[in-house]
Write a protein that binds this ligand. Structure first.
Ligand SMILES: Cc1cc2nc3c(=O)[nH]c(=O)nc-3n(C[C@H](O)[C@H](O)[C@H](O)COP(=O)(O)OP(=O)(O)OC[C@H]3O[C@@H](n4cnc5c(N)ncnc54)[C@H](O)[C@@H]3O)c2cc1C
Length: 455
């Protein structure tokens, strides 16, 4: 009697094993799909969102950006080919790299916020010798007292080093959409934005959450239904789009290994905070188009503005890049009206609604003084001023929809506006480039976790 199975039976066993493997594979895929949907992943069909073939990994966002006049494909193409390269060069030039800001934490809402007091030196509890020497190096422009007050997080500190270039002043004018008085120079300092990239700072927990909660709950609640008016919906989307962009920058430049001071992309953070929620990506594109519309609407004003910093070569370059940004032929023909602001404030109660929303936005701007991390406060203030400037341009000071003769921008508003556009452009680019690959990485991670669990 032979001990092993006959050759014919051997083939049958192999076929049976293959069938079992196929069935087990199908079961795993089904389990994976359930697990992914449980974790809040969009379904495979919603991944393609009208992208044609519906294959996972295919481009996700197609068609018109909601409430805008330009589609996702055009935004991605124009951003990558035209806008991003111009903006990247522009923000590095002297005119756009120095931002005037009141960094003192002067929170009007939570005077007892320990986090805020501590970080701004009212209470300095950490002894200087707690900080390793290499941590101090990049911040040599700061006084030792300032170093003490960063709770061991030097990456959250603003580097105030400036070069010796001088500025030619612009008009001093206040922005009605923001709470800071932009004409008041007391306690204002200049910051070189190039030395302070927006990135991971370690600012998390209750303090950060409280800021976002206050912004959303009290000042721009998520629109509950289709009934909500367009203007309130737009305010929510602007803030949500800005929030997405901040999260994208944290994910783009993340401290991966603190002991080795290793920085890099954190794709799972990008996925968990932004990509997992299609609405957050949509709001990012919305905010980008809104700000782009403001920049192109103010084209004549911006073209004639003074970009003098005392460095003729760099200033000529600034002027030339500003013109390229404003009058780019590709942009003008592909996306002539990124957002149609004329549709807003048309109802009977338009003027009252505008006052209400202006007040809410001013409140949001005041909340920036409560952000308990200096660098986050810097970028929070800059970007909120940038949005306030876009709102001022689109719905100019006296409520007219057209820019009137008296319309004026402050230099700092223009700096904030262009730097905000650049931040949004970077976020759109990163989301577009890594969107589908990060989905794949997360899926593979979930798949191997599932496999480990099954074995
Ligand atoms: C003005 C400001 C600037 C900041 N800048 C930085 C920075 O430069 N670097 C840094 O490391 N940290 C920064 N932070 C902190 C950062 O934004 C997060 O708060 C922090 O990383 C904790 O993240 P989280 O996962 O708790 O969710 P959070 O981002 O704090 O979100 C809180 C809640 O808001 C909702 N939410 C999240 N995203 C959106 C969205 N796009 N649209 C609508 N709702 C949303 C969700 O319900 C979420 O649970 C900043 C915070 C603020 C308020």
């Amino acid at each position: 009697m032979s001990e092993g199975p006959p050759p014919a039976a051997d083939g049958a066993v192999r076929r049976r094993r293959r069938r079992w493997a196929a069935a087990a594979g199908a079961l795993l895929v089904a389990l994976l799909a359930v697990a992914l949907s449980y974790r809040g992943f969009p379904s495979i069909s919603s991944l393609s969102r009208g992208g044609g073939c519906g294959c996972p990994g295919a481009r996700k966002y197609t068609g018109m950006v909601e409430d805008c006049c330009c589609d996702y494909e055009t935004v991605d193409a124009i951003n990558e080919e035209v806008l991003n390269p111009i903006l990247q060069d522009l923000v590095a030039l002297p005119f756009f790299r120095y931002f005037k800001v009141k960094l003192w934490c002067d929170c009007p809402f939570w005077p007892d916020d320990g986090m805020c007091r501590l970080r701004d030196c009212s209470v300095c509890e950490c002894p200087d010798n707690e900080f390793p020497e290499p941590f101090k190096k990049p911040y040599s422009g700061l006084s030792p007292e300032n170093m003490i007050c960063q709770e061991g997080k030097p990456e959250a500190t603003v580097d105030r080093t400036l070069d010796t270039k001088v500025f030619k002043g612009w008009v001093e004018t206040d922005n009605p959409w923001t709470s800071d008085d932009e004409t008041d120079n007391a306690e204002m300092t200049y910051v070189n934005l190039q030395l302070n990239p927006e990135r991971y700072t370690g600012y998390t927990g209750d303090s950060a959450r409280r800021i976002w909660d206050a912004i959303y709950k009290e000042n721009c609640p998520k629109y509950p239904s289709e009934d909500m008016c367009q203007e309130k919906k737009a305010l929510y989307k602007l803030i949500s789009g800005l929030h997405s962009s901040i999260s994208v920058h944290i994910a783009y430049d993340y401290l991966l290994d603190e002991s080795a001071n290793l920085w890099g992309h954190n794709l799972s953070l990008l996925h968990d905070r932004v990509l997992k929620y299609p609405e957050r990506v949509e709001n990012l594109y919305f905010t980008y188009l809104f700000v782009l519309r403001a920049v192109t609407k103010a084209a004549d004003y911006l073209e004639q503005a003074e970009y003098n910093t005392g460095n003729p070569e760099e200033d000529l370059k600034t002027q030339s890049l500003v013109r390229q940004l404003l009058y780019n032929h590709k942009l003008r023909s592909a996306c002539p009206l990124p957002f149609d602001e004329a549709k807003l404030w048309q109802g009977e109660n338009g003027p009252e609604l505008k006052q209400e929303i202006q007040k809410q936005f001013r409140n949001i701007s005041a909340i920036m003084d409560c952000v308990g991390c200096e660098k986050c406060r810097l970028w929070g203030k800059l970007q909120v001023l940038g949005l306030g400037t876009a709102l001022k341009i689109l719905f100019s000071v006296d409520g007219e929809n057209n820019l009137n003769q008296q319309f004026q921008l402050q230099r700092n508003e223009v700096i904030a506006l262009v730097n905000l556009l650049n931040r949004l452009s970077e976020s759109v680019k990163f989301v577009h480039e890594t969107g589908s690959s990060s989905q794949e990485i997360i899926k593979q991670q979930s798949f191997s976790t599932l496999q480990k669990g099954a074995s």
